[in-house]
Design a protein around this ligand. Structure first.
Ligand SMILES: *[C@@H]1O[C@H](CO)[C@@H](O)[C@H](O)[C@H]1NC(C)=O
Length: 142
């Protein structure tokens, strides 16, 4: 009797943990989005410094040393919430600030947004074409 009860409790514990894991992997009544900031700069040049944040979520400073290296994060957004993540990039004597995700990006119908720092500017698939196109020139730091 006692061992049957323990088995039941144990099974319930395992099952609820699995459910919990599934709901944290997915998003509860929301969509999941992935953002990548990718170093696509020439090799043997200064590292790309990345600082991304939202109103209440500062993702910190990250140096992407190698070409192909990326900084990535994911988040859930329910339709009622107005999400905005913006990034500031620095490279050599150049910098650029831009919105890496905002709710009106939904018109692009993507769940993964790619931002490439290249020698001549910032490229992204955050576009009607869903192709990677040039979005911004670098600003020169004087
Ligand atoms: C980001 O970096 C990881 C680890 O190096 C790599 O596996 C992945 O393909 C990269 N993703 C993009 C979109 O560049």
């Amino acid at each position: 009797m006692y061992s049957t009860m323990m088995k039941t409790i144990f099974t319930l514990f395992i099952t609820s943990n699995m459910l919990l894991q599934q709901t944290t992997l997915a998003c509860f009544l929301a969509s999941k989005f992935h953002i990548y900031v990718i170093n696509n700069l020439p090799p043997y040049t200064p590292p790309l410094r990345v600082h991304c944040q939202s109103r209440n979520d500062d993702l910190g400073y990250h140096d992407l040393v190698d070409r192909g290296q990326n900084f990535t994060w994911s988040f859930c957004e329910s339709f009622a919430v107005n999400t905005l993540y913006f990034c500031h990039l620095w490279w050599d004597n150049k910098e650029k600030s831009f919105d890496a995700f905002k709710s009106n990006f939904h018109i692009f119908r993507l769940d993964t947004y790619l931002w490439y720092a290249t020698k001549d500017g910032i490229y992204s698939n955050a576009d009607y074409s869903q192709k990677v196109v040039k979005k911004y020139d670098w600003d020169i730091i004087h």
